[in-house]
Design a protein. Structure first.
Length: 133
């Protein structure tokens, strides 16, 4: 039943839907360039594939070319957000995620530049040794 709700939800959610049904949390998402009908078909295909490949697993994820589904079973019920979270705190946490991504990109770029500089220094040192022999 949760999968059926998700299949319908991605259409009304224009490519994204997440909900809990009883003790199951489901999420469906399509790429932005996929129309509602194609998104629905992609999610239906992903659900069918999950039923075959995941069997009776308590959680699973299926990635197809243009869509993704995820499901998790929680025997004690789907965890709720803490009561202190509000729309303002969720928007500020979204900004925090963007800041984290920016920092990760900058640090990753700096690490790559540093690695390239070290490799060039090592190669130059090898060339000097070759010329000296």
């Amino acid at each position: 039943m949760a999968f059926q709700v998700m299949e319908n939800g991605v259409v009304s959610g224009h490519g994204f839907y997440a909900t809990s049904y009883e003790s199951v949390y489901v999420l469906g998402q399509c790429e932005g360039d996929l129309g509602d009908a194609d998104c629905s078909e992609c999610v239906k295909t992903a659900v069918q594939r999950s039923e075959v490949e995941c069997g009776r697993s308590i959680s699973g994820q299926v990635y197809l070319h243009k869509c993704f589904i995820s499901f998790s079973y929680y025997p004690n019920g789907v965890p709720r957000r803490s009561s202190s979270s509000s729309s303002s705190s969720s928007s500020s946490s979204g900004n925090g995620q963007n800041t984290g991504k920016t920092v990760a990109i900058i640090l990753g770029g700096a690490a790559i530049v540093g690695f390239i500089v070290i490799c060039m220094m090592f190669a130059r040192n090898l060339m000097k040794k070759k010329d000296g022999k």
